[in-house]
Structure formats: C-alpha cells, structure tokens
Design a protein around this ligand. Structure first.
Ligand SMILES: Nc1ncnc2c1ncn2[C@@H]1O[C@H](COP(=O)(O)OP(=O)(O)O)[C@@H](O)[C@H]1O
Length: 228
C-alpha cells in the first residue's frame, strides 16, 4: 500500500515537472511570432518564405528540409524516412516534431520569429506542436489549384540540377493526394488564425498580402508585451 502511494506521488511529481517544462518552453518562445506555412507541393511556399526571411530576418524551418538532412546523414532512421518520403506519405509526427523541437530550441535565443514551413500537415500535428513547443500566432495558407501545383513542380523537377527522390510524377501525385486528404481538417480547426492567400498571382502581389498580415501580428505581439 505504502509502495503504491509512493509510486503515485512520484508519477504525479513527474507529470507536474513535465507540465512546468512545457509551460516554460511555451513562454520562452511566445514573445516572438510563430507562423505556420501551409500549402501543397509547388504552391510557392518556398519563394514566399525566402522573401519573408529577407524582410523580417525570421528563422525558416522547413520540415521537408529537416527530414532530408536526416536522410542525408545516412542513419538507419534516415533510410526509413526516405522510404516514406518517396512514397509521398507522411512521416510519423514524433520524428518531425522532434526535429522541429530540436531546431527551435537550438535557435530560439537569437531568433526574431519562426516560419514553420510544411507543418502541420495534418490536424494532430498542429495540436501536438502547440502542446509541446508553443502556440502558433498565424497560419498562412497558400491556396493553389492542383493543376497549377503539378505543372510547377514538374517544371521545377525538370530544371533542377540535383533531383529530389520524390520529384517524379507518380510521387508528386501521391503528395498532392496526401495534401488534399488532410488540409481541410487543418483549415477548419485553425480557421481563426489562418489567412488563405490566392497563390496563383504574381509573386510580389502575394507578398504584399503576406507583409500586411505579418505586420499586424508583430504589432499585436508588441502591444501584448507592453501590457505584460
Ligand atoms: N510535417 C510533416 N509531416 C510528415 N511528413 C512530412 C512533413 N513535412 C515533410 N514531410 C515528408 O517530407 C516530404 C517532402 O516534404 P517537402 O519538402 O515539404 O515537400 P513538398 O511540400 O514539396 O511536398 C513529404 O512528402 C513527406 O513525406
């Protein structure tokens, strides 16, 4: 009996420690903006992220790039990830979130804000990110027709010097399907903080809309920091 009580107390203490740690992390990054970048393959997320980084100096973390780095390291885990990625499916969130978490932890001391590109790719990824890392301030959804995305990504693949293993027509179609299957649930859950942007326009017109909303988020954060 005494042993069971002791075990329960230890468990409670461990849970409280975990909660305190989660809260501490959330507070540490909450004074800088966290922006999720959503959109299918070929929607132009990469181009807009580069422009955002240039203007605001934010830290750009692409889940796809982090996963490709893991694959390139040649680890056993990397080989398993590559198999999933070349099938066009989603890598288990535990892997993606742990790579993102490590990258946020590594850079947050010097970061002015985070662009989390290609994440969340399904609803639960968003929920787990906000529980384990920090709440997102904004989600930018670059909306583009499937036809346009397919054309753009095939053109990019043909022009690339180094081919990505998942840039062949079959995998691209599968990536598009994965994207279609999961996105409406994400947009529904995060409707309040999502801005949908028509991504079939000129790059600079799209960027003007992006700047407007990011400026707004920065002002809001500044006001909140003053109140605190
Ligand atoms: N958030 C994520 N969750 C699960 N798998 C992911 C995630 N981000 C990237 N991946 C994996 O990496 C692949 C490549 O991602 P990415 O470079 O973002 O390509 P794209 O957006 O052009 O399809 C995806 O098809 C998927 O297998």
């Amino acid at each position: 009996m005494l042993f069971m009580c002791h075990q329960m107390a230890m468990k409670k203490e461990a849970q409280e420690k975990l909660k305190a740690e989660q809260l501490r992390r959330a507070q540490a990054v909450s004074d800088i903006p966290i922006i999720w970048i959503l959109g299918g393959p070929g929607c132009g997320k990469g181009t807009q992220c580069a422009k955002i980084v240039e203007k605001y100096g934010f830290t750009h973390l692409s889940s796809g790039d982090l996963l490709r780095e893991e694959v390139a390291s040649g680890s056993d885990k990397g080989r398993q990830l590559q198999e999933i990625m070349t099938s066009g499916g989603l890598v288990p969130n535990a892997e993606v979130l742990s790579l993102l978490n490590a990258a946020v932890t590594r850079t947050k001391g010097s970061s002015k804000g985070f662009l989390i590109d290609g994440y969340p790719r399904e609803k639960n990824q968003g929920i787990e990110f906000e529980q384990k890392i920090a709440p997102a301030d904004l989600a930018l959804y670059f909306d583009c027709s499937e036809d346009t995305m397919l054309k753009r990504i095939l053109a990019r693949a043909n022009a690339a010097e180094v081919k990505r293993a998942d840039d062949n027509e079959e995998t691209i179609r599968s990536r598009l399907q994965t994207f279609k299957r999961n996105t409406s649930a994400i947009l529904e859950l995060y409707a309040e903080k999502t801005l949908t942007i028509n991504a079939e326009r000129d790059v600079d017109d799209i960027f003007m809309e992006v700047v407007e909303v990011i400026d707004c988020v920065l002002q809001k954060k500044e006001r909140a920091a003053k109140v605190c």
